[in-house]
Design a protein around this ligand. Structure first.
Ligand SMILES: *Cc1c(COP(=O)(O)O)cnc(C)c1O
Length: 375
């Protein structure tokens, strides 16, 4: 009998440096709006190669502020995909605009550029591609379409810090890129997010909106516009400074973990692997394989019984979430590729410190169960 191991789906990489940085803030008595936030923004902008970075309290807040800062509002349409985490679509609804879905490609899980132009109408204001699982969408094609139709591009780069497309870092193609730092992401601050842009007007607006709409003088009780409290604390920012420094190494280590999976899973019947496109350098967020939809949920159950956490992700596709179906009348079959991925995708344990022994155990257990289920 083989020995059981516990392998979680994800696990943040937090070291002594992060702990010390947070403790230092606690001792400093400046817990918000201070030097750590500025240092985090500066370091992040430098790492990504953008002019500005604006720290916020989540990736979702970042997406919302970008949509708002671009003046996207009632009656406007934004093109995005249904195979994503719900925030990339909800941020459009927050400003009462309409998300218009375009289906994804079966092999990259990203928006299918060949289907974008058919979705453009006179109301379209922006394209919001999501770099799913850490691989860049086809930004060459997307930027070309956006230019021809005079549309903004908002990149949801929450799953893809330091991913590149033809050597250029994602998040820097469009008007803005947005990142999230939830604990399952490549780098984490517990909760947190970042907007990057080269546009000084967007930087000015996002900084105001995140801080209750405060005027440019940033006087405590002078408000120029309707804003929010989307600030991060200095504790969060201190974590972010250290994690930003570690990010390139984290991305390298995760690529090595992905390679371990590829080596062991290649050629195994019933498992479809997704290699990054040759023009993309992937920043691995999760490791997903596609399996027969009929056995996917049973596999998740059996892996769990063996101590291995896995997940159906993204399932369901956004357009099949109850309130999207109610509000927009979406039904099954509207976006068949996204729906198929929602049924077939199996997310395996994946994190920076996942070791060879754990990967072996996951792969052996997975393959064993697939055989038992006749695949
Ligand atoms: C993580 C994530 C976000 C942001 O999530 P928050 O929890 O708000 O930080 C947005 N879009 C995608 C695609 C994500 O994976």
């Amino acid at each position: 009998m083989k020995t059981k191991m516990k392998v979680p789906l994800s696990s943040p990489l937090i070291g002594e440096e992060e702990i010390e940085a947070v403790v230092d803030v606690l001792r400093s008595s400046q817990l918000s709006l201070g030097p750590q936030t500025e240092a985090f923004e500066k370091a992040f902008a430098k790492t990504m190669g953008s002019k500005y970075a604006i720290a916020v309290n989540s990736g979702t807040s970042g997406l919302h502020l970008v949509v708002r800062s671009l003046g996207i509002s009632d009656g406007d349409e934004v093109i995005t995909t249904p195979f994503s985490f719900i925030a990339s679509s909800n941020c459009i609804l927050f400003e009462r605009a309409t998300p218009v879905f375009v289906d994804v490609e079966y092999d990259t899980f990203n928006i299918d550029p060949a289907k974008i132009e058919a979705a453009i109408t006179p109301k379209t204001k922006a394209i919001l591609p999501v770099h799913v699982f850490g691989q860049s969408a086809n930004m060459t094609a997307i930027m070309d379409i956006a230019k021809r139709h005079n549309l903004y591009v908002i990149e949801d780069a929450c799953e893809s810090p330091l991913a590149t497309h033809h050597g250029k870092i994602v998040g820097t193609f469009g008007e803005c890129g947005v990142y999230g730092f939830y604990p399952n992401k490549q780098m984490t601050t517990g909760e947190g997010g970042m907007i990057i842009t080269d546009n000084p007007e967007i930087e000015r607006l996002c900084k105001s909106y995140r801080n209750q709409g405060r005027g440019d003088s940033m006087q405590w009780l002078s408000f120029a516009r309707l804003g929010y409290n989307y600030r991060i604390s200095e504790l969060t920012a201190a974590l972010g400074v250290v994690q930003t420094r570690k990010l390139p190494e984290i991305v390298r280590q995760r690529a090595a973990v992905a390679d371990m999976y590829f080596e062991r899973l290649k050629g195994i019947g019933g498992i479809k692997l997704s290699y990054p496109q040759p023009e993309n350098e992937q920043s691995w967020f999760v490791f997903g394989v596609r399996v027969n939809a009929e056995i996917r949920d049973e596999l998740i159950k059996r892996l769990n019984a063996d101590g291995i956490q896995s997940k159906a992700y993204f399932a369901p596709s956004i357009h099949l979430q109850d309130f999207y179906m109610e509000e927009f009348g979406y039904k099954e079959g509207d976006y068949p590729v996204s729906e198929r991925l929602s049924r077939e995708m199996l997310i395996l344990p994946f994190f920076t410190m996942l070791n060879e022994e754990q990967v072996d155990y996951v792969v052996e257990t997975l393959v064993g169960h697939m055989k038992e289920l006749g695949h």
